[in-house]
Ligand binder design. Structure first.
Ligand code: MRU
Length: 344
């Protein structure tokens, strides 16, 4: 288990690991106002679908503490702009909405409580969401362990690791468990342009945990797959929808097609907080577009001509036909079976 936590609650404040500085610096941002957390989500100080859901829950707790409402109804109504602000930070991962829905339901079900007690249970719920996420990831890891045969090589994309979650990671959870069990395996981490979550974060956290990890440029994946050097792929997801289509970091789709072409299984690790059964198909998932500077610069140094036109989708959709299976904390599903989660 890696030492660093993406987010933590200490001395009445939320501390967010500033992932923009990794791997060079380990610095936490102290947040005592919900707006600081909203900005940290927007500017990728904290990123990864489950981690931003947890951050949103903490933001609601921080906001409710500072509001001077005289009744629980008033507190609920004063929190409305906070919910909206958080939901508008990043559109693709469904986890923010999932966390806000959960907080709203908790408040609605407890409006009869005195306001001070309601504030306490809002805080407890944020703590609970964080702790549950770690347990969920461990369960995903235990289910996915069956794919980790002695001596295997797995490819992953972006960062679906401990730092993208409350702890342990989704795609990385089986890696940590396999390591604990003494299974030998290698990980290939794709660097993941433009923001390099694979190079800066996945490579960093797996190395820290003593896992055998090798970094490649994204465009090397096809060559390795064709040479038979990879046994399977495992990635995370920001939103998986009813027909089994999966939104994840831009470039995931290309990797899935390369896997299919080379008969290599492509697995998606998806906590149910990232599954949105209200949307029938991946075409309806809102895809975030980010600043052109993420593409034209690396660490502030311009690498492209000034004034160049840029397309910068942060995510893409992998159609269900490229997904071998979806690993959740409730079991492993074929993409077409994901709707069964409704009944579990
Ligand atoms: O833009 P990011 O860094 O938030 O994108 C993160 C990803 O795409 C992850 O792979 C996804 O959120 C799954 S994290 C368990």
């Amino acid at each position: 288990m890696p030492m660093l936590q993406s987010i933590k609650w200490e001395n009445n404040a939320v501390y967010i690991l500033d992932q923009r500085l990794l791997p060079d610096k380990v610095e936490y941002l102290k947040c005592t106002h919900y707006e600081q957390i909203a900005r940290a989500i927007e500017n990728l100080s904290i990123r990864g679908a489950p981690a931003i859901g947890i951050a949103a829950a903490w933001a609601v707790a921080v906001a409710s503490k500072s509001l001077n409402a005289s009744s629980s109804e008033e507190l609920f109504s004063d929190l409305n702009p906070v919910f909206q602000r958080l939901i508008n930070t990043r559109p693709t991962a469904v986890n923010i909405k999932w966390a806000i829905d959960r907080m709203q339901n908790l408040i609605k079900n407890n409006l009869s409580l005195p306001v001070s007690e309601l504030k306490d249970i809002i805080l407890d719920e944020a703590i609970q969401i964080h702790n549950e996420d770690i347990q969920i990831n461990k369960r995903i890891g235990e289910y996915a362990l069956e794919f980790f045969k002695e001596g295997c090589t797995v490819i992953t994309y972006c960062n679906a690791g401990a730092l993208a979650t409350g702890g342990y990671g989704t795609a990385t959870a089986p890696m940590y468990i396999a390591k604990e069990k003494g299974i030998k395996f290698k990980v290939i981490a794709c660097e993941t342009r433009p923001v390099l979550q694979g190079a800066r974060i996945t490579a960093f956290e797996l190395m820290q945990a003593g896992i055998d990890v090798t970094l490649i440029c994204d465009n090397t994946a096809g060559a390795l797959l064709r040479k038979g050097m990879i046994d399977f792929a495992i990635v995370g997801t920001d939103r998986t929808v009813r027909n089994g289509d999966v939104a994840n970091k831009i470039g995931t789709y290309s990797l899935s097609v390369l896997c299919k072409e080379n008969n290599v299984p492509f697995y998606v690790a998806a906590p149910t907080s990232s599954i949105d059964l209200s949307i029938p198909s991946g075409d309806m998932i809102p895809i975030e577009e980010r600043s052109f500077e993420e593409v034209t610069t690396i660490k502030g140094v311009r690498i492209a001509p000034e004034g160049i036109k840029v397309i910068n989708f942060a995510f893409d959709v992998t159609p269900a036909k490229y997904v071998t299976a979806i690993i959740t904390e409730k079991g492993i599903f074929k993409p077409a079976e994901i709707q069964e989660l409704r009944f579990r």
